[in-house]
Design a protein. Structure first.
Length: 360
């Protein structure tokens, strides 16, 4: 098939591109604006493959998007282009509304016009696959999991913008008949993750001998999903999923944030011991929590498991060890990003930085 991947130079998008080039005969066009979180170095392993192409364009640019679709003539559009960092959305929500809402609308308009012009056999094959987040569902209590029927209850500018884009995609399916599929995933982690996100940030700060900043008391719970498992799920969805259907994708690996950081420290103690022999856990400290920090996320992935036969191949422990080993072996990838993009700046408190307290 011919697959257009928006946001294909980002973390999940680049993982999907690398996976498809390695494991399919598909032709891929990556469309990415190369903002702060997108880098062509994440696509370097496949850059020389003749089935891979790249176009630098913003999903908000209607002419550029329509031109890329017209020239490439995709069978599948997988839409991953988005602003995705909660703390950044608190400090500057406008960019999230602009990219995630307006950008999705612009892409839907171009995709719908293209789809309507296809001959009937090609129209039957075409899919518009929108990749979203479990954060649109809000915050859970001590029990329960998000299902595809869970009501939306976003709590941050980021999750609100993704909820809006989900609703737009659904509306284009219902109103115009566009064959759309929406997936909502839990927290991803793995190689090539932009180092302002929690797991890679903790790794690089640990290696630098810096304090490992944990929000609040580290009690917030997330369901962690290894990125390679996620992209296998995405492939299953756009190849075999039912148009108009939603699919939740989760790793069935709930962990408190503090437990994630302690597990990382234990892995680093084993794989890259500190020169002084102390544990990296000695670097853990707590910082003031972000506003509106959701307490707990957990995904019920029963539908994708039963209907499409997908299951994660990595446990949290095996995926985390692969991630730590990758960062230890690939400092030439992440070191320039740290130097160029100021990823260690505390965000999410509208410029107010609270000191670290109660170091462990």
């Amino acid at each position: 098939m011919r697959i257009l991947v928006t946001g294909g130079a980002g973390f999940i998008g680049s993982a999907l591109v690398r996976h498809l080039i390695r494991n399919s005969g598909d032709e891929l066009l990556v469309l990415d604006a190369l903002t702060y979180a997108g880098t062509l170095t994440a696509l370097a392993p496949v850059a020389a493959d003749p089935r891979y192409r790249f176009v630098r364009a913003d999903v908000r640019d209607g002419a550029a998007v329509a031109g890329a679709i017209r020239d490439f003539r995709p069978d599948i559009i997988t839409h991953l282009a988005a602003e995705s960092h909660v703390d950044r959305s608190i400090d500057g929500p406008a960019a999230f509304i602009d990219t995630n809402v307006t950008g999705t609308f612009t892409l839907l308009e171009a995709a719908c016009a293209y789809w309507r012009g296809l001959p009937l056999p090609a129209r039957a094959i075409f899919r518009f696959h929108h990749i979203s987040t479990d954060e649109v569902f809000g915050s859970l209590g001590e029990t329960g999991r998000f299902t595809e029927a869970t009501a939306y209850d976003p709590r941050s500018p980021y999750s609100a913008s993704k909820a809006a884009s989900d609703h737009l995609v659904s509306a284009w399916g219902h109103t115009y008949g566009l064959p759309v599929i929406v997936t909502n995933c839990s927290n991803n982690y793995g190689p090539y993750h932009f180092p302002e996100k929690m797991i890679p940030l903790m790794i690089v700060k640990a290696l630098a001998g810096e304090t490992l900043p944990v929000y609040g008391r580290g009690e917030n719970v997330r369901d962690w999903l290894f990125v390679e498992d996620h992209v296998r799920a995405l492939q299953a969805v756009f190849e075999r999923g039912t148009p108009g259907r939603r699919y939740n994708i989760g790793g069935d690996a709930e962990r408190r944030n503090i437990d994630v950081v302690r597990t990382l420290c234990a892995l680093l103690d084993r794989l890259h011991p500190r020169a002084d022999g102390a544990s990296y856990a000695a670097q853990i400290g707590f910082v003031a929590d972000r506003p509106g920090h959701d307490r707990r996320y957990a995904i019920d992935a029963t539908r994708i498991r039963t209907e499409l036969g997908w299951t994660p191949q990595e446990s949290f422990e095996s995926g985390l060890e692969k991630t730590v080993r990758w960062y230890l072996a690939n400092e030439p990838w992440w070191r320039p990003i740290l130097s160029e993009r100021a990823t260690d700046q505390r965000r999410g408190l509208a410029g107010s930085l609270s000191p670290i307290f109660n170091a462990l």
